[in-house]
Design a protein around this ligand. Structure first.
Ligand code: GUN
Ligand code: ZN
Length: 433
């Protein structure tokens, strides 16, 4: 039995600040987390938590301790696609992404990129992600193996695509189904790993493949479904032409049984009124990918509209590496702030931090396991340094309260602000080490 404690300025959420205001968060200026066998035994005021404790204490003061970040959408085979110059989504996919992803047929390359990816996630304080592999079994295997080796809670899917892509980057309805099935048997529920049924998007799957994906979802209702929806106007027109019988883009997924409470829908920028209602009725999740939406000129996610009482649905936040331009959820928060500002929406710092922690966990149905640091939860923790750079330290001199500090962190912070990252209580990243 291993027991340890982390000490620092402890911040976590118990609800959504957009609904509860200040009551949504708990803060202990001198806080501590007591961890036994990777789980939180107690978290709160250090005097209470550490009373009578005589084991190891890692003192992170004056840094903040918060739950590890949740990145709800990223692509493992795009670590060498990131920062590729493209006119829009379709050009970017065809010119760079579909070329680079073919290299992930080779197990050694897939493994090397997975190692890089998980190092990078940890350096940025991200402890859970929803990851697309390439179309190849070897690619999904490499991602799962690396996540499992580090004991990180990950949701991983083998991308299914059987048309409108280079032949070498396609599967078939049957092979996509069979390989997904074998990955579910091997990885879903093993350690901290979960499987996501992953038809890339409506353009690259035939109706037969979407049917096969729907069959997987019916047969494995505890698996996730991840795909893309309403990202780009040209994409939406193409989907219309491919599925003339569908009422809209979301209906393509819906009619194949792919819209449910475990469905994670990347982007959701150009949703129609009907689609909003269908997402809400299905209790599906929209995934907001601000750096990618800006980089590919796709448009702006409407966070306020996702909260409309007529048809509210959950939103998660994500980097969408490599359409996204940063692995950092801090950077992602600030770009979310700016993207929303462009159409007159605000994103207060506490809401941004909620989205990247408990909000993400709730979107994945994992709120009892991660995102809260509640008693019994898995001890995935990040220590954040609000004075990480000269510009941050200089600005920090005039910060008056926690909200201002959080806003400083999300506006100027990046991987340099991550002092340490813990996975199940184990320190897997220490800045400068
Ligand atoms: N739509 C289908 N595939 C992709 C992808 O890899 N990235 C983004 N941003 N959108 C997609
Ligand atoms: Zn994506």
């Amino acid at each position: 039995m291993t027991t340890k404690a982390l000490r620092g300025r402890l911040l976590r959420f118990v609800g959504d600040p957009a609904e509860l205001g200040a009551a949504a968060r708990r803060y202990d200026e001198d806080g501590a987390i007591l961890i036994r066998n990777g789980r939180v035994v107690a978290a709160g005021d250090a005097r209470l938590v550490l009373d009578g404790f005589s084991g190891d204490i890692v003192d992170h003061r004056p840094h903040l301790l918060i739950p590890g970040f949740v990145d709800a959408h990223l692509h493992a085979p795009q670590t060498q696609v990131i920062a590729s110059y493209g006119a829009d989504l379709i050009e970017w996919l065809q010119k760079y992404t579909f070329v680079e992803e073919q290299k992930h047929a080779h197990p050694a390359h897939a493994a090397a990129c997975a190692t890089f990816l998980f190092d990078e996630l940890l350096r940025n304080g991200t402890t859970t992600g929803c990851v697309y592999s390439a179309v190849y079994l070897a690619s999904a295997e490499a991602v799962f193996a690396e996540a499992d080796r580090r004991n990180m809670r990950m949701i991983v899917g083998k991308t299914m695509m059987d048309r409108n892509a280079p032949a070498a980057l396609t599967d078939t309805p049957k092979s996509g189904y069979d390989q997904s099935k074998s990955l579910i048997a091997r990885w879903h529920g093993r350690g901290r790993q979960s499987f996501a049924i992953t038809p890339r998007f409506a353009i690259t799957s035939t109706p037969e493949q979407l049917e096969a994906a729907g069959a997987l979802a019916r047969e494995h209702p505890d698996c996730y479904v991840q795909t893309h929806l309403d990202e780009n106007h040209r994409e939406i027109e193409w989907v219309k032409a491919l599925f003339p019988d569908s009422e809209d883009y979301a209906h393509v997924y819906e009619r194949h049984g792919l819209l449910g409470p475990c469905s994670l829908l990347g982007h959701c920028i150009h949703l129609t009124e009907r689609e909003r209602a269908r997402l809400a009725a299905a209790n599906a999740v929209a995934v907001f990918c601000p750096t990618s939406n800006l980089f590919l000129g796709s448009g702006s996610y409407q966070l306020a509209r996702s909260r409309e009482t007529s048809h509210p649905f959950r939103t998660a936040l994500a980097t969408d590496v490599g359409g996204g331009t940063s692995y950092s959820m801090l950077v992602t928060m600030r770009e979310a702030y700016k993207a929303l500002m462009m159409h007159g929406e605000r994103l207060p710092a506490d809401q941004a931090f909620y989205l990247a922690t408990l909000g993400g966990a709730r979107a994945l149905g994992l709120q009892d396991k991660i995102g809260s640091l509640a008693e019994g939860a898995e001890a995935d923790v990040v220590a954040l340094d609000s004075r990480a750079t000269p510009a941050m330290a200089h600005r920090a001199e005039t910060v008056r309260d926690l909200d201002e500090e959080l806003f400083l962190l999300m506006t100027l912070g990046d991987d340099r602000a991550v002092a340490a990252t813990y996975v199940m209580g184990e320190r897997l990243h220490a800045r400068g080490a």
